[in-house]
Design a protein around this ligand. Structure first.
Ligand code: CDM
Ligand code: ATP
Length: 321
């Protein structure tokens, strides 16, 4: 009798921007305690998992050459975690993972984390596992601090290393312009640079998180724009001084405010509405301060299987600098 091979499963997964990112002191385990507000953005990756005789990872799209395809790919870490969890041999999973990158690599937008979250969701469907999202979130946190958030999406308050999440009430769709830099930045290096800057002096710190939560509940982008804050911004700018110019150019182009996204170097500009975002994107693309400009909106849902009504949509408009 022929064995039935399940159909491949494709998952779409969002990127993130940190609306607020307050970084505490370095902990004995090398991580920093965070208080952060995440928003999931419509700039996405798509990940397909399939049963295969030739297991492995394949990467196509935005900067695919910069992504490892071996065991260090975070999506492969997810395959191994879920194999172990479901009693399969983590060294011999007969699975092929194809990643279509839309999220910039090493851009501070949780690209690799998103692929891990998508793989957990896709494989759970492929293997027909009875797992809750909370089960998956526990596995996700072992892979990386940003992985649980890209699994849930929406808007969330993150504490601990960023992996402990509670949903946040958010009333509005926010419109963003994203400026990708020519090269990525390493997340541990940016945290290390912040420690160095703090040892030398007192770089600016993000304020309290409560006003950010209040602004999200009212849904006024102008109020939120005044409150965007990221402790890692000074460190990212110190390692990549050109970001200062990019941040200025976005505001000069008409954005309400700009911030470095997470550990950078992507800069995220909050705009008043969709039309304003398109105008800012066009002007920023002509300013010659970055590699590529994209528009995106948020919040959007976390990693989810696509197909049927939810079939792939066109990617957001791209404007080349
Ligand atoms: C900057 C953020 O994107 C903000 O959401 C995240 O904190 C980074 O999350 P991530 O890329 O998933 O990071 P992980 O893979 O967990 O950790 C990579 C490295 O970043 C540093 N790291 C990360 C998270 C954290 N709370 N403190 C840290 O110091 C550590 O050096 C760690 O070894
Ligand atoms: N699936 C993946 N996609 C992208 N990079 C990956 C992936 N798996 C492993 N990596 C490695 O991780 C490094 C960081 O990539 P990633 O795109 O996750 O950074 P990031 O978006 O800045 O992360 P974060 O915002 O979570 O700190 C890359 O330089 C690459 O070597």
């Amino acid at each position: 009798m022929l064995a039935v091979v399940p159909h491949p499963v494709t998952v779409r997964v969002p990127s993130k921007v940190n609306l607020h990112l307050a970084v505490g002191d370095v902990r004995p385990d090398g991580y920093h305690d965070l208080t952060t507000v995440f928003q999931a953005l419509s700039l996405t990756d798509e990940v397909t998992v399939a049963v295969a005789d030739e297991p492995g990872v394949e990467v196509v799209g935005e900067n695919a050459d910069a992504v490892p395809t071996g065991p260090s790919n975070l999506a492969w870490r997810a395959v191994q975690e879920l194999a172990r969890f479901s009693g399969r041999d983590p060294e011999e999973p007969r699975v092929r993972v194809v990643i279509r990158k839309g999220i910039p690599v090493a851009g501070g937008m949780a690209g690799g984390s998103a692929d891990a979250a998508a793989t957990l969701v896709g494989l759970s469907a492929l293997w027909r596992l009875e797992v809750t999202r909370d089960d998956l979130a526990r596995l996700a946190a072992r892979i990386g601090s940003d992985v649980p958030f890209t699994l849930y999406g929406g808007t969330a308050l993150g504490t601990g290393r960023g992996e402990q999440l509670v949903p946040v009430l958010s009333r509005h769709t926010y419109h963003w312009v994203l400026a990708f830099d020519r090269r990525g930045l390493s997340t541990p290096k940016v945290f290390g640079e912040l420690d160095r800057l703090r040892a030398e002096g007192a770089p600016p710190r993000a304020g309290a998180v409560e006003p950010v939560l209040e602004a999200l509940a009212t849904g006024d982008p102008r109020q939120l724009a005044l409150l965007l804050g990221n402790d890692l911004q000074a460190a990212a700018v110190s390692l990549r001084p050109g970001l200062r110019r990019t941040l200025r150019a976005g505001v000069n182009a008409g954005a309400l405010a700009g911030t470095v996204s997470g550990s950078g170097p992507t800069c995220a500009f909050l705009c008043a509405d969709e039309q304003a975002a398109l105008r800012v994107a066009a002007e920023l693309a002509g300013a010659g301060v970055c590699r590529t400009v994209r528009v995106a909106h948020g919040p959007v849902p976390g990693a989810r299987v696509i197909g049927g009504e939810d079939a792939p949509r066109p990617v957001p408009p791209e404007v080349h600098a």
